[in-house]
Design a protein around this ligand. Structure first.
Ligand SMILES: [Zn+2]
Ligand SMILES: [Zn+2]
Ligand SMILES: [Zn+2]
Length: 671
């Protein structure tokens, strides 16, 4: 019987009996029993420790023990405990050296331990026990109460706890726990919070119960002596068993006689008997998953130990990751993995768990059928898996826009490289226009960043980077400003080749950046591109690092262009305003006058032609003075070929609608 060490208890007279109960429970007990108690003595619960008690009808002595779990909400404050039938109760066994009495067998029938109730089902016997107590005048009250109680998850029947003999892996055996904790520190956890989570779990985990009482599974290769009941786990028996399993499968444990697993002349180490029976327990299935590194990595010559990565949902810290670490540390003294990546679970657009009753389930097959596997892969890659991952048709539609943006960018690049053969046309770095050199440098910086994201499994950052590259850097800037050079300059002009040389690099890099995610699109683009140069027949036969050229990077130039691009933002806003007030139509109808004080003036003064291209206007003038940006209607006439407004349109009488620049381009083309 357990009492709380710090509650006040009393010895009281109840009619002709003496009772001990928690002081706080006197009023409620008096009311329930409709009696009045006379308190004789008061003391703390801990004073009752080790008081000996007599069983009400069996010849058995028991102890009063202390338990922090005793409550004073109801009852008497004195709780009957049964170490053979309850977890909390069992935890007191060691402290008080209690005998584990377990009078109920695995069928729910009382054993000989219950003496006159032996052989009876516990439900029917319970009623008889009540009668017995009443008869002996020990029963003060019998009534039913409602309380929570564990039930079988499968058949919903109430559970009876029984303390049974099991096989355990002792986590503190020969410093195993310490070894595992050390290995946890060496593993790379992605996200990094996995490290502390795993450590905290292993620090407090109990021994691992390895045995299960099921009809079928992977058997525990132990035998029992028929004569002295000794349980034997013998290395030779295990070796022989593993040989038999290799030949005939692990089911042979259940079909073959025990002799098949015994080495010649094997006898019980304790009593020398030669009669044995097989262990009937099977192994916890987690032990099998935990030992998978042995079966998979250590037997396949194409694989190596430890694994580069174990990848699972974040619930597996308690599961697979932990059950793999323990046997691996015990057997090979190392973690079975170099890194562990965990991800959240898929939830709907509002973050709710998917369920049939909510009707919010989206299956992968549905997405593939409707949008294709590229979109599904893009969704996976673009999700930040360190948290739960959302999916909804709105999210998918955004990804379809993403996909279109990338695909259209590739189409534009391919379209403008139709006549470009790198071995013939590619310009060297020093021959490039400055904006092209900047884009070359910028593209290689994007590529380096993306590769680093791939290395750290930050796929959603890859997606963000690629999308911004296509949408902001290319579509809204570089490809836009190049149109003039690509379409109006002579096909063989240095200016056009300069642009193409950089577009060529951008295309190569873009295809590679998307290849792991938009695999079919990348391969499709590669196939179109293939004929123009000596390349492998598949993008997947190329390496990422073939396109890393450190000398493309020019950080000074990138800095300079960060400034220019920020000026561009301001200028574009001004142009937009002029357009709104209908002073100009397209931006080519505008000319921009930039006025800068001395220092800025010297930075910009030679950039007029570059800025004209960058702003997509007909003219840029840079003057010294107070800082000011002016956008006004361009002077001159619109050239019918390049749509720029220029004062030299019609300079050649035979081409009255063509500007001087276009005239040169036409002449070159004719040559
Ligand atoms: Zn059940
Ligand atoms: Zn024996
Ligand atoms: Zn023109």
């Amino acid at each position: 019987v357990a009492v709380h060490p710090r509650f006040s208890y009393v010895l009281a007279k109840l009619e002709d009996k003496f009772v001990i109960l928690a002081k706080d429970l006197i009023p409620s007990l008096e009311e329930t029993l409709k009696v009045s108690l006379k308190v004789l003595k008061e003391f703390e619960g801990k004073e009752l420790e080790y008081v000996k008690l007599e069983h009400p009808f069996l010849d058995r002595e028991s102890l009063v023990v202390l338990g922090g779990f005793v409550s004073r909400e109801e009852g008497s404050g004195c709780v009957h405990i049964a170490p053979g039938h309850g977890e909390e109760d069992f935890s007191l066994v060691e402290t008080y050296n209690l005998r584990i009495i377990m009078p109920v067998n695995e069928k729910g029938i009382f054993t000989e331990e219950a003496e006159e109730f032996a052989g009876k089902n516990i439900e029917e016997a319970s009623l008889e026990v009540i009668e017995k107590l009443r008869e002996k005048k020990y029963l003060l009250l019998h009534h039913k109460i409602v309380h929570s109680y564990p039930h079988c998850w499968r058949c919903k029947n109430p559970i009876i706890f029984r303390a049974t003999s099991q096989w355990f892996l002792k986590i503190d055996h020969s410093n195993l726990r310490q070894g595992v904790l050390k290995e946890i520190e060496r593993v790379k956890w992605i996200p990094s919070s996995g490290l502390e989570r795993m450590k905290a779990m292993v620090e407090i985990r109990p021994d691992w119960c390895l045995s299960r009482q099921r009809l079928w599974g992977v058997p525990i290769p132990a035998i029992k002596c028929q004569n002295c009941r000794e349980v034997i786990l013998d290395e030779k028996v295990i070796e022989l068993t593993s040989q038999v399993f290799r030949d005939k499968g692990s089911d042979s444990w259940f079909t073959l006689e025990v002799e098949n697993f015994l080495p010649p002349n094997f006898s019980c180490p304790k009593c020398k008997s030669k009669e044995f029976v097989k262990e009937e327990d099977i192994l916890d299935v987690w032990f099998e998953s935990g030992a998978s590194f042995l079966a998979v990595l250590k037997t396949n010559p194409d694989l190596s130990f430890p694994a580069d990565m174990y990848l699972e949902g974040s619930d597996q810290h308690r599961g697979w990751f932990q059950v793999s670490l323990i046997p691996s540390q015990a057997i090979v003294e190392s973690a079975p993995f170099k890194s562990v990546l965990t991800h959240g679970f898929v939830v709907d657009g509002e973050g709710r768990k998917m369920s049939k009753s909510l009707g919010n389930v989206i299956s992968p097959q549905e997405i593939i059928n409707r949008y294709g596997a590229e979109i599904l892969r893009l969704w996976v890659a673009s999700s930040d898996y360190s948290e739960d991952v959302r999916i909804s048709s709105k999210i998918l539609n955004q990804l379809i826009d993403f996909y279109r943006k990338v695909r259209n960018t590739i189409r534009f690049l391919l379209g403008n490289l139709y006549d470009f053969y790198p071995s013939r046309d590619k310009l060297s770095l020093s021959q490039l226009e400055e904006v092209d050199r900047f884009m070359l440098s910028f593209t290689s910086s994007v590529f380096e960043e993306v590769l680093a994201y791939y290395e750290s499994f930050a796929f959603y950052k890859v997606c963000q980077k690629v999308y911004n590259f296509c949408n902001i850097s290319l579509s809204s800037f570089y490809l836009d400003i190049l149109k003039d050079r690509l379409y109006t300059y002579s096909p063989n002009s240095r200016e056009r080749k300069s642009a193409q040389s950089v577009l060529y690099y951008i295309l190569r890099v873009l295809i590679k950046m998307i290849a792991p995610i938009l695999s079919f699109t990348a391969e499709e683009a590669h196939q179109v591109f293939l004929n123009q140069e000596n390349r492998q027949i598949s993008i997947y036969l190329h390496n990422f690092n073939e396109d890393i050229f450190p000398h493309y990077r020019d950080k000074e130039l990138e800095k300079k262009w960060t400034k220019i691009l920020s000026l561009r933002d301001t200028v574009l806003k001004k142009i937009e305003k002029q357009r709104e007030s209908q002073i100009i139509g397209s931006s080519l109808e505008a000319e921009v006058i930039l006025s800068f004080p001395e220092k800025q003036y010297s930075f910009y003064k030679d950039l007029d032609n570059t800025l004209r291209e960058v702003f997509i206007v007909s003219k840029v003038e840079i003057v010294k003075g107070e800082e000011k940006i002016e956008v006004r209607r361009a002077k001159g006439k619109k050239c019918l070929r390049c749509w720029n407004y220029r004062e030299d349109v019609g300079i050649d009488d035979s081409y009255p609608d063509i500007c001087g620049k276009c005239l040169n381009a036409l002449k070159e083309e004719r040559l």
